[in-house]
Design a protein around this ligand. Structure first.
Ligand code: AMP
Ligand code: MG
Length: 351
C-alpha cells in the first residue's frame, strides 16, 4: 500500500509543455520512475531540454539501482557472492556515501538491511511477517563492516550480504537534477520525487516556495515550510506499509532489531541548503544527505534525532511528527514554518 506525498507542489502536466516568448522558458513534466511519481516544473534558458534530460537520467539511475531488475548494478553486486564487483562510478560514490552515513548514524541508516526488507516483502510487494528466528539469522549479514568500498569503483560484500539503496537513491537523484539545472541554466523551479523535494531559486517575484509536510495520520498537512535553494525529504511509516492481524508493519526497518522502527515518530522531514553541495559536481551532496538522515532519524526517535542534530556536525534542519501528535520544528526553519490551523497537533520549536 502506498500513499503519495502531499506536497504543495501540485501542478502537474502530463506532457512537456513549453511556454515560450522570451529568453526565460518554462517547462513541466510528470512521469513515473523509481517506483515514484516525479513532477518537475522548471524555468530558465534550457528548461525544455532540462526536463527531457532529467527524465532520461532518472530512467538510467533506475536501471542501475533497482533491486527488482536482475541486470541492475545493484543486483549484480548482490549476486556477486563475496567477489569484488566493478561498479559504475555513480553507484560506487552512492554506496560509499551510504557507508559514511551508516557510520555517522550508528547504523540507524544501513543499506545492508536489504535481506530484512525483502523478508518483510517490501521489495516485491509480497508482504509477510517473518519469524524472529528468521530475522536473527538475516541480521548476521547486516552491518557496514560487511561492505568494502576501499577501492574506487569496486565493492566487495561479505557472502550473504546484500544492499538496498532505496533509502538514499532518490536523494542522490535530486542531487543529479541540481547538476542538470546548473547545466541547463535553470533559474527557478521545483522537482518532487515522492517525498524528496528540491526547490531551486524562488517563485516569481522572489517569494519562497512552499513545501507541504503531510499529516502522517490523515489526508491533510501538518504545515508548510517556505524554502529557496533547498532540499526537503520526508520519511514516514505511512508512505509504505501493510496490515496483518490488526497490526501495521511499515517499510523503515530498525537494523538493530530487524522489525519496523517503532520510535514514537510518525514522520521525519530533513531540510538542508542546496548551496555549496557536492551534488553540483554529480557527487552525492545535500539531497543524498537529507534522504539518508530522514530514514536514520525516523529509526532513532525524537531524543536521539535531536541529539544527533546537535552533535553530528552536519548542517540541517528538521520537522519531527510524533505519535502523540506533536510537531517539532528546529530553530533554523521555525521562522518559515506555517502551522496547519485545526490540525489537532501541538507545535514546538526545538534546538
Ligand atoms: P526512505 O523512504 O528514504 O526512508 O527509505 C525507506 C526505504 O529504504 C525502504 O523502503 C527500504 O528499501 C530501505 N530501508 C528500510 N530501512 C532502512 C534503514 N534502516 N536504512 C537504510 N535503508 C532502509
Ligand atoms: Mg531516505
Amino acid at each position: 500500500m502506498k500513499r503519495g506525498f502531499a506536497a504543495v507542489l501540485t501542478a502537474t502536466l502530463a506532457a512537456v509543455l513549453l511556454l515560450c516568448g522570451c529568453s526565460v522558458k518554462n517547462a513541466a513534466a510528470q512521469f513515473i520512475a523509481m517506483d515514484t511519481t516525479i513532477a518537475l516544473r522548471l524555468s530558465g534558458a534550457g528548461a525544455e531540454a532540462a526536463v527531457t534530460a532529467a527524465e532520461k537520467q532518472m530512467h538510467e539511475l533506475e536501471a542501475l539501482l533497482s533491486r527488482t531488475r536482475a541486470d541492475s548494478a545493484v543486483s549484480l553486486l548482490n549476486g556477486a557472492g563475496g567477489a569484488p564487483q566493478a561498479l559504475d562510478n555513480r553507484v560506487w560514490a552512492l554506496l560509499a556515501a551510504a557507508q559514511d552515513y551508516a557510520l555517522a548514524t550508528g547504523g540507524a541508516f544501513d543499506v545492508t538491511v536489504a535481506p530484512v526488507v525483502s523478508a518483510w516483502g517490501f521489495t516485491e510487494a509480497a508482504f509477510r511477517v517473518p519469524s524472529r528466528k528468521e530475522l536473527t539469522e538475516l541480521l548476521k549479514n547486516v552491518g557496514p563492516a560487511h561492505v568494502d568500498v576501499s577501492q574506487t569503483d569496486t565493492a566487495v560484500l561479505s557472502p550473504g550480504t546484500q544492499i538496498d539503496l532505496g533509502g538514499i537513491a532518490k536523494g542522490y537523484a535530486t542531487d543529479l537534477m541540481q547538476a542538470l539545472c546548473d547545466e541547463y541554466e535553470i533559474t527557478s523551479g521545483t522537482i518532487a520525487l515522492g517525498g524528496n523535494v528540491y526547490v531551486r531559486g524562488t517563485k516569481e517575484g522572489g517569494t519562497l516556495w512552499q513545501v507541504g509536510v503531510q499529516d502522517p495520520a490523515g489526508s491533510g498537512l501538518v504545515g508548510t515550510v517556505g524554502l529557496s535553494d533547498a532540499y526537503a525529504v520526508t520519511s514516514g511509516g505511512y508512505q509504505r506499509y501493510f496490515e496483518q492481524d490488526g497490526s501495521v508493519y511499515h517499510h523503515i526497518i530498525d537494523p538493530a532489531t530487524g522489525y519496523p522502527a517503532d520510535s514514537g515518530l510518525t514522520s521525519v522531514t530533513v531540510i538542508a541548503s542546496a548551496a555549496e553541495t557536492d551534488g553540483a559536481n554529480g557527487l552525492p551532496g545535500s539531497g543524498t544527505m537529507c534522504d539518508a538522515l530522514s530514514t536514520a532519524l525516523f529509526v532513532m526517535g525524537e531524543e536521539a534525532a535531536l541529539e544527533f542534530r546537535r552533535s553530528s556536525g552536519l548542517d540541517f534542519d528538521m520537522i519531527l511528527v510524533t505519535e502523540d501528535r506533536r510537531v517539532l520544528v528546529t530553530g533554523g526553519i521555525a521562522e518559515h514554518f506555517n502551522k496547519q490551523e485545526g490540525s489537532g497537533y501541538q507545535y514546538e520549536t526545538v534546538s
